[in-house]
Design a protein around this ligand. Structure first.
Ligand code: ATP
Ligand code: MG
Length: 448
């Protein structure tokens, strides 16, 4: 009871005791956020917590994006209530996470993420800990709102909006950086990246998505510390890769990942040359455009692009060592997928989709003419065909089969027959119909 009373008092007047941090309170008219812009579920959570005497603020991407005039992807709430206390207040709430415990409050399709104020880990070594590399392996030490601001990642992500007094609380000069379009880590960059190497990827994602410059000291350690990504759980990396490539600014993400030499730590088998770069850029542009016009994206597609040259290289090696073309390709695919999953543990469904896209390439380039219409009916045809088109657009030699399939789909029955006849004729001219790459023994002609 007493604690709740003290907390309530503190809720009205956040403490400003830390010498390094100066709280700025920005009033309604100056910041421009209005209650109406906050989703009904987020308002319910904020009101519910405050009605029970807890502090509760909107924080993170929701506040940042509203201040930038963009539509927030989701709303995050920070509170001094513990996860158990939050859960007890809402019917539809569940506690998630181990390294970092949070409450998800579910409202239909919208989930509000509620985090309890965290303190810096040095303050209680029993409940939070770092490993030998300085990485935080548990981060569940609770603290005040000011402590919480200090342990967030970037200044622009540490702005707290209070729905009750319509004020913005800024301990870290986040508003200044937002105005200057600067992405700045809170605290010492080297330490903060060591605590959680994923912050390096978050830096790239936010810089790309918001079109912000990465402040010099925040950018400086990136390349040197990139190998720390090897210590991150492959599930977390897979999630982060999904976010990076699906953020709607993949083209810039790829350029920044390359600039800071982070790509090899996400995709160790990635082969970078002019041809693969063109393919990756074409895919990134295509993905960004699809997202811009509200179309869905297939996450397998990016992996297919990024690792295609690795698959081809490995497949050629195996073929040179004596495997036939198709088994060489299948084995190469298997090996590349297995190696990639050690780094980013993507789902089995994605792996299957990836395998299908790659395996379909030779079948699209050298189709079995009796099965062309069957192939069109296959549910996975589209992804394989789209990938072939991108390869073709990026200058790979595909004998124009991407354009051929494109025309074939649009053609009438009569035109289709004509297109097939043209291929039959071309194959005959090449000697017996076998596509040149498929080392089939030439068919013996019957003596006439
Ligand atoms: P998005 O628009 O992608 O949701 P976001 O900034 O809200 O961006 P979240 O992953 O939803 O990102 O995290 C919410 C907030 O939690 C962040 O804004 C940041 O304050 C804090 N946060 C998230 N991940 C970290 C991290 N690894 N280290 C420190 N703080 C973090
Ligand atoms: Mg968020």
């Amino acid at each position: 009871m007493l604690k709740r009373f003290i907390d309530r008092l503190r809720g009205r007047q956040p403490s400003v005791s830390k010498s390094t941090m100066r709280l700025q309170v920005i009033k309604g008219l100056q910041h421009g956020i209005s209650r109406r812009q906050i989703s009904a579920p987020a308002s319910k959570v904020l009101d519910g917590l405050q009605e029970h005497g807890y502090q509760a603020f909107l924080v993170g991407g929701g506040v940042r994006d509203l201040l930038l005039g963009a539509t927030p992807k989701d709303f995050d709430v920070a509170t001094n209530a513990t996860p158990e206390q939050v859960r007890s207040l809402f019917r539809n709430a569940r506690i998630i996470g181990r390294r970092f415990r949070l409450v998800h409050v579910l409202f239909g399709r919208e989930t509000i993420e509620v985090a309890t104020f965290r303190a810096h880990h040095e303050q209680d070594l029993k409940t939070a800990s770092t490993n030998a590399q300085g990485m935080i392996v548990r981060d569940n030490v609770y603290g005040s709102m000011e402590d919480d601001a200090e342990r967030r990642d970037f200044t622009i992500n540490a702005l707290y909006y209070n729905i009750a007094d319509d004020c913005l609380y800024d301990y870290v000069n986040g508003v200044r950086d937002l105005d200057a379009r600067l992405l700045r880590l809170i605290g010492h960059p080297d330490t903060r990246y060591r605590e959680d190497p994923v912050r390096m990827l978050r830096a790239i994602r936010f810089a790309a998505k918001l079109d912000f410059r990465i402040e010099a000291q925040t950018a400086a350690p990136l390349t040197q510390l990139a190998p720390l990504l090897e210590g991150v759980s492959p599930h977390r990396l897979a999630d982060e890769v999904d976010k990076l490539l699906g953020c709607g600014h993949a083209e810039r993400v790829i350029a920044l990942l390359e600039e800071y030499h982070l790509l090899p730590y996400l995709f160790p088998d990635l082969v970078l040359n002019d041809s693969s770069r063109r393919l990756i850029e074409a895919t990134a542009r295509n993905t960004d455009e699809r997202l811009r016009i509200g179309k869905g994206i297939n996450p397998a597609f990016f992996y297919a692009t990024l690792l295609w040259h690795a698959v081809q290289q490995r497949s050629r090696q195996l073929h040179d060592q004596g495997s036939a073309l198709l088994p060489a390709l299948q084995q190469a695919i298997q090996q590349v997928i297995q190696r990639q999953q050690v780094r980013t543990a993507f789902t089995r469904m994605l792996a299957t989709s990836l395998r299908e896209i790659w395996e379909m390439q030779p079948r699209l380039e050298h189709p079995d003419l009796r099965r062309v219409d069957d192939m069109l009916q296959q549910p996975r045809f589209r992804a394989g065909f789209d990938f072939l088109m991108l390869r073709e657009q990026s200058g790979e030699k595909t004998a124009g089969m991407g354009a051929w399939w494109h025309r074939y789909q649009e053609a009438t029955a009569e035109q289709r027959q004509l297109m097939l006849d043209t291929i039959i004729h071309a194959r005959k001219q090449q000697g017996g119909g076998a596509p040149s790459k498929r080392r089939r023994p030439p068919r013996k002609r019957k003596p006439s």
